[in-house]
Every structure is written in C-alpha cells, then in structure tokens.
Design a binder for this molecule. Structure first.
Ligand code: SDX
Length: 427
C-alpha cells in the first residue's frame, strides 16, 4: 500500500509519494517539488535529507544497530575476516571459500605499485601529514591506470576492485616509511592482507619481522568495524565526485580528503591528542568536561557525539572491549585508557551529554589500540581509510550501476540584487 505526503502552500495542496525502506524508514520523494511548487527545501548538513536508496548498509541511530548487507556488525567483527567483509560490501554476498581464496589471489596480482610513484613520495616534506600524501597518491594512481573502468562490465569492475584494494594498502604505508627514513616496502604475497599492513609498516631490510597475532586479529576487527557507514561525509563525497563519472581512484582520493577532517575520521587522531593533553595537565577530566560544555569554548570532547547515533555507537562498544583485550595481551598498561574510561563514565551521567544524546563513537577508543600497536598518531586516520575503502568502493559502484544523476544541490541566494558596474575611480 503506497503512502502519500501532502504539503499545503498558500492554500494549495500538493501530494508527494512516500518511499518506505526494508527496515520501514520513510522518506518523502520530493523529486517533483520544485517543478510543481516552485519551492526547494533547505537542510544544512543534510541532517534530514536522503541522497539515495542503498542496499549496502543499514544503521539505526536510535537503537544503535549497524548491519552490512543484512549481517550484524557484531557477527561480522566476531566471526569474519576483513577481506570476507570487503567482498560482502562490494559484491553483496559473503564469499564462498573458493571465492575468498580467489579474491585474495586476484588482489595479490595488483599489489605492485609503479616505481615512478616513489618519486611523488620523495617530493613531500617528511613532516607532511599521511592523509594529505594518501589523497595525493590515490589520485596519482589514475596516471598509471588511465583507462576508466566500464562499470557495466563485471570483469572490468572486479579487476578495478582488486587493483584498488591491492594498491591502496601499499601506498597508505609510504608516508610512515618516509617519515622514518625507511625504504618503501613491497606487499608480501606469501602473507595475508591484514598481516601485510604490519609488514608494509614495520618490516626492515635488516631482518625478518613477524607481527604479534593478537595485533593482526585486532586490526582485522578494527578494519571490519570501519568497513562502511552508509552516507557519512566521506562516503557521500565519494558518491558525489563519482556522480560526475570521475574515476574510482579520483573519487576515493576525494573521500580520503573528506575523512581527514577532525569532525570525521580525523577524530581518532584528535581523541589521542586530547587524552594526551589531559594526561599532561594532571589527568583532570572534569576540567575538560567543563570546556566541552562551555558554548564559548570551541573545545569539543573528541570521539563523542554522532550525527546519526543517538545511542551507543555499536562499534565503540566492540572497540572498547578490544582495547582491554589487546592491551592486556600486549602487556601494555596505558594510563590514557584509564583517562578515556573516566571521561566516558563522567559524560554518561552528565546532563549536558545525556540531554544531547552524546555517546562515545567509533573514534573514541580506536586510537588507544593503534597506539598500543606502535602505530604513530598521525597514521590513525590512514587506518580508518584502509577499513573504509571497501565501503567507498561498494557505494561508488552502486551509485554508478544505478545510473544516479550528477549531484548538484540547489541554494537560496541572499547576496546583492542587480547593481551597476562601478568604474575604478569611483570605488
Ligand atoms: C565519524 O557520519 C558518520 O557515520 C561518521 C562516522 C563514520 O563511520 O563514517 O561514524 C565516523 O566521523 C564519527 C564522529 C567523529 N567526530 C568526533 O568525534 C568529533 C566530535 N563530535 C562532534 O563534533 C559532533 O558530535 C559530530 C560532528 C560528530 C556530529 O555533529 P552534529 O550531528 O552536527 O551535531 P551538532 O554539532 O549539531 O551538536 C549538537 C549539540 C551541540 O550543542 P547545542 O548547540 O545543542 O548546545 O551537541 C553538542 C553541540 O555543541 N556537541 C558536542 C559534541 N558533539 C556535539 N559538545 C561537546 N563535545 C562534542 N563532541
């Protein structure tokens, strides 16, 4: 049974169809609003506006639910591996054993990055932020893979997915290696995808390197938890850029830049810097809680709050538990973790946070685990990007296959009315 929404303007009634999703989310289809009424809507930050229909991820902010292609994040983080989830996000189904084996094999065919790319890395100062370099290198991949992918051709699209998964992981570690003055590493096709991240980051020419299996397991879980998150800022950016039919690498590069912001993926770095500042100032969490609540103080409790989750971010719950496990396994006793727990406990009973439904989000605890793994703070958002890559690819692919129109929002003009040109001697 179809539903209708009625709008009355100046005494005239207009009817618009209502879209009802699988989980009974409802939207008013305003595709004909302007042509029928002359009006547009205004919604800064798109807090109430849907940009697309999608089969990939479902999240319920009130209930704290997150599912990829119908599977709960709890099941996937607890029972799957990252490439399995990447395959699920991009192709829609969990892979069979043979499909997963072949997917990993096919990614391995694309893990060599053109040696010329190293010249681009050399051009950056050692102090350059990894996210800026990653955005540049991702876009530069287009120069070495200029042929646009034909999204209608399944084989070509599959190869583009494997190429992106293979090369992005390698270039993501270049910044760290350069900042340390280390030679750039190559993907080791005898190792697994997630284990290769640690190999690419920390293997030195002077001897063999074997990452702690507990670290690889934790990374596997963290990458899964970051896999996709429907129309967040960076994913919407990937879809927007891709809607002009810009290539996959160019669209992902734009997503990396959007993720970099401290209000978005950059928050995991900002959380650690905030916790370290609190620690340096004697661990007085109350002082920083007061700053976060002071409207005249721009300070925000980083890692808290979310545009959609008005309940616990289910990912934060899983990561908090993993933080305890990983630090215990690695024998790391990090006072920063205690400060984080103190902050969380204080915020969960403080009216300012409770009334605004501000809970820890995915970024609040992740940095504590990365730090225990020996990952430098500036690399935290790069790890977020590695986890989010399959989600970006899946969303870009869905947008192109659904032949969505080029994104081009409207506006309400509030500038000068028509005025005469003023000659220089009259200004
Ligand atoms: C991610 O969208 C996604 O799905 C993103 C993400 C993903 O997986 O892709 O989940 C990943 O980006 C998580 C969010 C990481 N960012 C941070 O942790 C930065 C700190 N959080 C905030 O800046 C904020 O909560 C946002 C940006 C996350 C959400 O901002 P909104 O939805 O625009 O909410 P808002 O800024 O309008 O805040 C509502 C109120 C305001 O107070 P009042 O004007 O009502 O008095 O809550 C306050 C805000 O000042 N508020 C905070 C706060 N977050 C919101 N006050 C103090 N500290 C905070 N962290």
């Amino acid at each position: 049974m179809s539903k209708i929404a009625t709008l009355e303007i100046d005494g005239k009634k207009y009817e618009f169809p209502v879209i009802i999703g699988t989980e009974n989310e409802v939207a008013i289809d305003i595709e004909k609003l302007r042509s029928e009424t002359g009006y547009i809507t205004m919604d800064p930050g798109y807090k109430n506006s849907g940009s697309c229909k999608s089969d990939i991820t479902f999240l319920d902010g009130e209930e704290g639910i997150l599912r990829y292609r119908g599977y709960s994040i709890e099941d996937l983080a607890g029972k799957a591996n990252f490439l399995e989830v990447a395959y699920l996000l991009v192709f829609g189904e969990l892979p069979t054993k043979d499909q997963l084996f072949q997917f990993e094999e096919d990614i391995r065919k694309h893990t060599l990055v053109n040696e010329e790319m190293k010249k681009i890395v050399e051009g950056f100062p050692r102090t350059a932020h990894p996210m800026g370099i990653l955005a540049s290198l991702t876009s530069a991949l287009t120069a070495f893979n200029p042929k646009p992918v034909n999204v209608e051709n399944e084989k070509e699209m599959y190869q583009a997915v494997c190429k992106t998964m293979g090369k992005f992981l390698v270039i993501a570690t270049y910044t760290y290696r350069k900042s340390m003055g280390y030679p750039l590493n190559y993907y080791d096709n005898t190792k697994g995808y997630v284990e290769n991240f640690m190999h690419l980051m920390f293997e030195l020419p002077t001897g063999p390197y074997t990452p702690d299996p507990a670290v690889v397991d934790a990374l596997n879980k963290l990458f899964i938890l970051h896999g996709d998150h429907e129309q967040n800022c960076s994913t919407s950016t990937v879809r927007m850029v891709g809607s002009s039919h810009a290539g996959l690498f160019a669209s992902i590069s734009a997503g990396v830049s959007a993720l970099w912001g401290p209000l978005h993926g950059g928050a995991n770095q900002a959380v650690l810097e905030m916790l370290e500042e609190i620690q340096a100032n004697g661990g007085d969490a109350d002082k920083y809680m007061a700053k976060a609540k002071d409207r005249n103080d721009p300070f925000r409790l980083m890692g808290f709050g979310h545009r959609v989750y008005k309940n616990f971010d289910p990912r934060a719950k899983i990561i908090k538990k993993a933080a305890d496990e990983v630090l215990a396994t690695l024998g790391v006793d990090d006072p920063i973790l205690q400060i984080a727990k103190k902050l969380e406990a204080a915020a969960l009973v403080d009216d300012y946070f409770v009334s605004r439904k501000l809970y820890p989000n995915v970024d609040f605890y992740s940095g504590i685990i990365y730090r225990a793994m020996g990952i430098p703070t500036e690399m935290f958002t790069v790890l977020f990007a590695i986890g989010r890559l399959p989600g970006w690819i899946a969303q870009w692919k869905e947008m192109r296959i659904n032949k969505e129109p080029i994104g081009r929002p409207r506006q309400i003009y509030t500038g000068y009315e028509l005025r005469d040109f003023k000659p220089m001697d009259q200004r």
